[in-house]
Write a protein that binds this ligand. Sequence first.
Ligand SMILES: [Mg+2]
Ligand SMILES: [Zn+2]
Length: 179
Amino acid sequence: MARRSRPAVFLDRDGTLMEDLGYLGDPARAVLFPDTVPALRRLVERFDLFIVTNQSGVAKGLIRYDDACRVNERVRDTLAAAGIQIRDVYCCPHQRSDGCACRKPNPHFGRLAESAHGIDLAGSFVIGDHPADVEFAANLGARGIYVLTGHGAKHRDELAVPCAVVSGIAAAVDEVLSR
Ligand SMILES: [Mg+2]
Ligand SMILES: [Zn+2]
């Protein structure tokens, strides 16, 4: 029996769920914004949750891939302890000049979620603080929500695709649930 496809919310990590500390390799410093847990709790019944993160510090030799993964796992574990399951964490370790398929805004990881987890992309959302996050949404046929936390305020003028612009993760979840 085919599993009914579910919509997802694809979450950027740095600047969206937590402060963007720049090439973070130390899990002890992975501290979520205070409103991240209460916001994500409001999504879990209706959406599958994923983290999609570009970690170019690995390609640049500034952090080890294993350490980037340990930070991701700390975030995932912290959320799980609060009752919020992340279906998968997708991490691109490349830099732009590598021309890889998996770095946002390329749609690779969204397509992977579609095939591996039966995600309905047209009913899905991407929340992030970089223009590449909402371009990733556009490339998937999903809706992009741009947050002004992290690097959001700094890059706001570079937005090239239609998206909602909100103050942070709690307002982004309000936006998702209003659709
Ligand atoms: Mg970010
Ligand atoms: Zn990549």
